[in-house]
Each structure stands twice: as C-alpha cells, then as structure tokens.
Design a protein around this ligand. Structure first.
Ligand code: GDP
Ligand code: MG
Length: 440
C-alpha cells in the first residue's frame, strides 16, 4: 500500500521536526504512483502532486505518527478538498417544470441513472416525467418506459420517427400542460465522443434550456475519463457530474479527474444496477478509496488531538504553580501557529483570552509569530526562564540576534507580562482546579 511505500521513504526522517522539500518530493513520487494506480489521469495526478508538495513542505510532523503517515494525511485532506465542497442538491427549485438533462457515452449509465434520480425526486414529493431522446439504439425508449414503471414515474409516450429535438419539445409542452415539477431528459450516447453527438446535445440544450446538465461517467473509464470530460465540458454547459459503477472495483480515480477537468461538482454516485442504488457523492469516502488509507488518516487525526491534549496538560501543570516563562510563551506561539489561531487551552482562560485577542487583533500572522519565536530563540536559557533579566543591553543583543528591533523585543516582553499576570491571577483563584470550578 501507499503507507508501506511511504514508510520506506520516511524511515530516515523519523523523529525530525518539519518536512523538507527533498523529503516531500521523495514521498510524492509514491503518491503519484498511488494516484495513477487508482486511475487518476496522468496530467491531473501531476498537477495535484505539484500543488500539495508546496503545501506539505515545512509542516510539522506530529509525535506518535511517522512522517509517511503525516504525508498521507496531508494528501488525503487535499483530495477531500478537491473532491468536495459542493452539495449534491439538484437545481430544481425553479418555476416548474425544471429540466434535468443527462449526457454521456453509450453504456455509461444514463438511462439507469435517469430512472434512479426520477425515483429519488418522486420520493421527495416531486411530480416527475422522464423522456428518452435516444433514437439511435433500438428499444432505448422502451427501456426507459420499463424503468419508469418500476420507479413509478411517468414516461413520455413514444412517437415513432421523432427526432431528439422534437421529443424534447414535446416533453416540455406536456410537462407544462400536466403540471409536472421536473422533466428528465435521457439522451443518446455514442461509443466515442463524436461531433454529431455533440451537435445533437447542443440542439437539445438550446430548446430545453436545462437547469441541470449532468455528465454521466462510468467510474471504470480510467485514463480516458479526462478526454471524455474535456470533450463534453467544452461543448455542452455542464452543471455537474454523476459517477456510475462506484460499486465495482473502481478506486475512485475518475472522480478526481472529472472534478479537475470539468471544474463541476460530482453530485451523485451510482452504486449498483437497482433503482435505489444511487447516493450523494461522499468526498471523504472516495479520497480514502483512492489512497486506500482510511485507517492511517484517522490515526493521524487522533494523534493530532492527543498532542493538543498533551500540551494542554503540561501547560495546566505549570499554570497550577502560577508559572509562565518565555518557554511557555514559545509553546503557546507554536500552538497558535499549528492551529492557525488561538491556542486551545489559552482560549479558555479569561486573562489569556484578552492577551491573545490583543495578539490576534494586532494582525498576528504567521510571519509575526515566527519573528517572536526567533526573539525567544535568541535569548539565553536564563533569560527565557527569567525574562526580567532582559535589560537594555540584553535587549539589543536579542534584537540583533533575531533580526528584529528593540521595540519588537519590548512588545514581546509586554505580551509575556500580560499573560504571566493572567497566570498569577489564576493561581490566586485556586489554580487550575479553581479555574475549572469557575468555568464549570
Ligand atoms: P446508457 O447507455 O448510458 O443509457 O447506460 P444504461 O443506463 O443503459 O446502463 C448500462 C448498464 O450499466 C446497465 O446494465 C446498467 O444496469 C448498468 N449500470 C448503470 N449504472 C450502474 C451502477 O451504478 N452500478 C452498476 N453495477 N451497474 C450500473
Ligand atoms: Mg441509454
């Protein structure tokens, strides 16, 4: 698995603090192979890897997980973000009838999916009509009628010899007359993308003005998925994608390709031949499938939680003694950086909250936090334990050592002073137990 491969790459890295560019590049070679094995299209895999390489470099490796596991988590999070974010809802809350059109290659699952969606909408209380525009394949229209009976959804009566555009027009007219909420248009496919098919899709879209044009793609399509998606996406104004046969042994790679090429949300996943075998698309599940690493991801999540609890406990022990020196401040700063915000424990404490709010409002970004860290790094151990030792001369030394100014050092000392005062106040109130009682 990807985990085993990454283990090898990262063995020599164990116990080190941050991921370096060279380390991440090594790991990303393995990630790229994993993506390709999951059928993610090559250019998509390449782009994706470039993007996360940048994001991963410099990230801290948590204790109790290996750097390889940490990288898996980073990759996983990036996958989920790329695959998701959008809801599976269909845009059918318009003045009825809403028009939903399904397009895609032959055999991708359009007709089945049309019936599945129609059934779903009927169960939500919508009055739905389906129409087959497939005049190419013999008995294609009858197939939809049969499915309509199973799904208890109306189908437009078949009129021999009508062309797709005429059928679409007739479907819209009768839906309007009979008060349907939704008209679903099932279209013809081809074995390969061809110009005649695209022209037909465009002509239908022009007269039906669909609220949704959904590209139906077989998730087993593999590397070719990108070409299919690009062709349809270039020529028909897609609003979303539906991936079928996710119940097969597909490893979900097509999902990433589809999302990357069309830029449109994946709204549903087909998970079987039966009419109820459709579900909203779950980015987390699919990301886990692509990497085959669901367990590792939750392990790293737990480790991240544990480490925060661990820090909080240590901090609490010192708080109980009313202690707060520069080392404590440094830990707080590191925690803020890690969490991209206010430290967990600190945020709970009244006095600290104020001091940290002041930090937050004074525009404490990553750079400022790093500068503070550099200042504390330029202090001697004695100065860190007893900041009051810092006289004018020592301040100049610290400023020089950290590439800052004496003013910056003064600001840091003031912040430490405020936080330290808050700690003493807490001690007076009976230490952390008293605080807990007060909060509790
Ligand atoms: P169309 O040519 O795009 O209209 O494709 P069809 O809807 O006729 O489907 C082709 C075949 O794929 C049929 O045998 C369907 O039962 C099957 N099929 C469609 N969706 C799924 C799915 O999500 N899972 C599985 N296992 N089979 C599916
Ligand atoms: Mg069909």
């Amino acid at each position: 698995s990807l985990g085993d491969r990454l283990g090898g790459v990262f063995d020599r890295l164990r116990g080190r603090g941050a991921l370096t560019e060279a380390d991440v590049r090594g790991a990303m070679r393995e990630v790229r192979i994993a993506l390709l094995e999951a059928d993610v299209a090559l250019p998509v895999a390449r782009d994706f890897v470039d993007k996360i390489t940048e994001a991963a470099v410099g990230q801290q490796v948590l204790r109790s997980v290996t750097p390889g596991q940490q990288v898996v988590k980073i990759v996983n999070d990036a996958l989920v973000e790329m695959l998701g974010g959008d809801s599976a809802e269909l845009e059918i809350g318009v003045t009825p009838p809403a028009v939903v059109m399904l397009v895609g290659l032959q055999g991708s699952g359009k007709t089945t999916t049309t019936a599945k969606l129609a059934r779903l909408l009927r169960k939500q209380g919508k009055k739905v009509m389906m129409a087959s525009l497939d005049v190419n394949r013999p008995a294609a229209q009858e197939q939809l009628t049969v499915l309509g009976t199973q799904a208890e959804v109306a189908t437009l009566p078949i009129v021999e010899g009508q062309q797709p555009v005429e059928i679409a027009r007739r479907a819209l007219q009768s839906a309007k007359l009979q008060g349907y909420d939704v008209v679903m248009l099932d279209t013809a496919g081809r074995l390969h993308v061809d110009q005649a098919l695209m022209a037909e899709m465009q002509a239908v879209a022009d007269i039906a003005r669909p609220n949704e044009i959904l590209l139906v793609v077989d998730s087993l399509t593999g590397q070719d998925a990108v070409n299919v998606a690009r062709n349809f996406s270039d020529q028909v104004p897609l609003t979303g994608v539906i991936l079928t046969r996710m119940d097969g042994d597909a490893r979900g790679g097509a999902a990433l390709s589809m999302r990357a090429v069309t830029g449109k949300p994946i709204k549903f996943a087909g998970v079987g031949e039966k009419l109820d075998a459709i579900e909203p698309f779950h980015p987390k599940r699919v990301a886990g499938r692509i990497l085959g690493m669901g367990d590792v991801v939750s392990l790293v999540e737990k480790a991240a939680e544990a480490i925060q609890a661990d820090d909080a406990e240590k901090m609490a022990a010192r708080l109980a003694k009313g202690q707060f020196d520069m080392n404590d401040l440094r830990n707080q700063l590191a925690q803020m950086r890690r969490m991209g915000g206010i430290g967990a424990l600190a945020g709970m404490i009244p006095g600290m909250k104020k001091a940290q709010a002041a930090m937050a409002s004074s525009n404490v970004d990553e750079r400022v936090l790093l500068r503070m860290d550099a200042m504390i790094g330029s202090m001697t151990p004695k100065e860190r334990a007893k900041p009051e030792l810092l006289n004018a001369k020592r301040k100049i030394r610290v400023a020089k050592g950290s590439g800052t100014t004496v003013q910056d050092v003064n600001k840091l000392l003031k912040m430490h002073q405020e936080m330290s005062t808050a700690m003493k106040r807490i001690k007076k109130m009976g230490g952390i137990k008293g605080l807990a009682a007060m909060l509790g």
